[in-house]
Structure formats: structure tokens, C-alpha cells
Design a protein around this ligand. Structure first.
Ligand SMILES: [Zn+2]
Length: 55
């Protein structure tokens, strides 16, 4: 199962989530830390985003 990395713009934390195609398409991902939907997906090319704020 593919997993995706997300970055929460509300609490500045990253998290990973396994998404089905349906869930991914719905884009209803919520941050598990604060529950915000202000999250953006970090594609594999940007998976180095951990603590550094490079972008
Ligand atoms: Zn959050």
C-alpha cells in the first residue's frame, strides 16, 4: 500500500497516511495532530522535509 506524506500548515508537523484511491481523490485528509484540514501533500521528491523549512 502506498503511503503519502503530508505537512500540516496549522501546526507545522508532518505525518504519513496510507490512502486508498477514493480517499486520496476526496482530499479530506485531516491532520492527526490538530485535526486541521490545512494540510498539503509532500510528494516523494520533497520527502526530505522534516525539520528544515526549505520551501
Ligand atoms: Zn496539524
Amino acid at each position: 500500500m502506498p503511503h503519502y506524506e503530508f505537512f500540516c500548515k496549522a501546526c507545522k508537523k508532518t505525518f504519513e497516511k496510507i490512502l486508498t484511491m477514493a480517499e486520496h481523490d476526496a482530499e479530506k485528509t485531516a491532520c492527526p495532530h490538530c485535526g486541521s484540514h490545512e494540510v498539503e501533500q509532500c510528494w516523494s521528491a520533497f520527502s526530505a522535509v522534516t525539520s528544515k523549512k526549505s520551501a
